[in-house]
Design a protein around this ligand. Structure first.
Ligand SMILES: *Cc1c(COP(=O)(O)O)cnc(C)c1O
Length: 497
């Protein structure tokens, strides 16, 4: 009896030792292909290689600007009144000079300031997970990987750009930042970043989510920000909407108008945007740069990269560095953006110059758009509600360097629950679109027997979006289509240039 006990102790000790061995990540220099990690200890622990973690030294020191690598430059933004190409100084009332430089930069790589890197160290590098349990559940021969950005203080990828934006503003003597937020992710990221650099932060939150997500507001307030529901009576843009409809659920387009108007009215204030613009996409490339290192450590090459797109920033952050490798002929993955059928800017929108906001205060940019007066259906639970797509993503889409797909929201939530019950993390509603697309692809591999490598970004957790899950579990989430009538309405709103 005693001897048996001793033996099992020895075995479990050996097990612990072996676990330790297999959990060690091979370093970059010893990397020699996928089979390099399959040493003898792997046999003892089949789940080895569940996550790949880099060291703080591996945080990228530069952001990647894809523009100089493209076959042509994206069409220039236009001044909202003169319709002439925008001059950098036109943006000065809205953004600090460093951000304007980045918006128009033709440098391939831009140094990340040391102070920003020090904040990134709070949550970066982020882990790359292999979704082994999801693969098993689906019975797919495909290998699914997800880069998890939900471990940041705000719970999403948004602080990757909120931190440098706040820092550059503080450097240039700005005292107050204004912004909009939809689901509350961006507002909380900017509130967090502002608190680090002693900036005041004021957020206009889309009314529908202001009412549905009180805890995002609490979070912003905990970081010292002021939060207003939008439309509000504080701005002319807000009052104009309220006059027409005092119960307006709001939209990102309206909230942007309010935040821009407030910034323009105060010389000490500037505006910050959480997606869509070139500099935001630039800052997010830390995701893809880290991921390239992690895939190399694993000896994996992605066959398909899927990401959800609202304004396009988390997708671009993951995909652009891989598109660079693709354009250089080193890899050839399919790159696919996934959006909701309720707000299908890439798959159904028009590629045209349009305003970024409802009150037409922002410059005109050429993008895939559903029209700047688009108001999403308040019963749409899945996030990703902006009327436009990043001009840079739209431009790249037009070259055929990537594809796009729209998925209805019940399929997204179904996939999200499969993911949560196998991988554990409850995703934000936005990345459920990417998860649903990854599942579609994995099930396709099950039919064909292909062992494809699927890579996606899990860009945020859903801890503040549980109402959407409640609704889905209660059977109250409906699939919404963007109708032909809505599209013709949108066409009428788009200015003729
Ligand atoms: C804001 C947000 C999105 C949509 O914005 P993108 O710029 O398209 O990334 C998607 N997922 C999460 C978690 C977000 O917070």
């Amino acid at each position: 009896m005693a001897r048996q006990h001793l033996r099992s102790l020895v075995y479990s000790f050996r097990g612990i030792l072996q676990n330790k061995l297999t959990c060690r990540i091979p370093n970059a220099h010893s990397y020699g292909g996928r089979f390099a990690t399959r040493n003898i200890a792997t046999i003892a622990l089949e789940q080895s290689g569940t996550k790949t973690i880099l060291s703080e030294n591996d945080i990228p020191r530069q952001w990647y600007n894809i523009i100089p690598d493209l076959p042509s430059y994206p069409p220039p933004p236009l001044h909202p009144q003169t319709l002439q190409p925008l001059q950098p100084q036109d943006l000065a009332p809205l953004f600090p000079a460093a951000i304007i430089d980045q918006e128009t930069s033709l440098e391939r790589y831009i140094d990340i300031p040391t102070e920003v890197l020090e904040v990134y160290q709070l949550w970066r590098p982020t882990p790359l997970f292999r979704a082994r349990r999801l693969e098993k559940f689906l019975g797919t021969p495909a290998r699914i990987y997800y880069k998890y950005e939900g471990g940041s203080p705000a719970g999403s990828h948004k602080p990757n750009t909120a931190v440098p934006q706040a820092w550059y503003n503080a450097q240039e003597g700005v005292r107050r930042l204004t912004t909009e937020t939809g689901a509350g992710q961006w507002g909380s990221a900017l509130a967090f970043a502002s608190s680090l650099f002693n900036l005041k932060c004021e957020v206009w939150q889309v009314r529908a989510s202001f009412d549905q997500k009180p805890h995002r507001k609490s979070m912003m307030e905990a970081w010292g920000a002021k939060v207003h529901p939008s439309p509000s009576s504080l701005t002319a843009a807000g009052r104009a909407i309220l006059e027409k409809d005092e119960n307006s659920p709001g939209s990102l387009g309206i909230a942007i108008s309010e935040a821009v108007e407030a910034a323009l009215a105060d010389p000490d204030a500037r505006y910050a945007l959480g997606s869509v613009l070139n500099h935001v996409l630039l800052h997010q490339t830390v995701i893809g740069e880290e991921c390239i290192k992690q895939m190399a450590l694993l000896g994996e090459t992605p066959d398909i990269i899927v990401g959800c797109t609202g304004g396009g920033s988390n997708f671009a952050g993951l995909a652009f560095p891989f598109i660079r490798e693709k354009m250089a002929g080193k890899i050839n993955p399919i790159i696919r953006a996934v959006e909701p059928t309720a707000c299908p800017s890439l798959t159904k929108g028009i590629y045209a110059y349009d305003f970024g906001d409802t009150a037409k205060l922002t410059p005109l940019v050429k993008m895939h758009t559903l029209g700047h007066q688009f108001i999403p259906d308040p019963i749409h639970a899945g996030g990703l509600r902006y009327h436009g797509m990043a001009p840079l993503v739209s431009h790249i889409y037009n070259f055929g360097l990537m594809e796009a797909l729209a998925i209805p929201q019940t399929e997204c939530f179904k996939g999200a629950l499969q993911f949560a019950c196998t991988e554990g993390i409850i995703p934000a509603p936005e990345p459920t679109h990417a998860i649903a697309a990854a599942i579609r692809e994995a099930l396709h591999c099950k039919e064909t027997g292909e062992t494809k490598v699927i890579l996606t970004a899990l860009c945020g957790h859903g801890h503040f979006d549980l109402l959407a899950y409640d609704k889905f579990l209660a059977g109250q989430v409906e699939d919404l289509e963007f109708s032909k009538e809505k599209l013709s309405e949108a066409m009428l709103q788009i200015p003729t240039i």
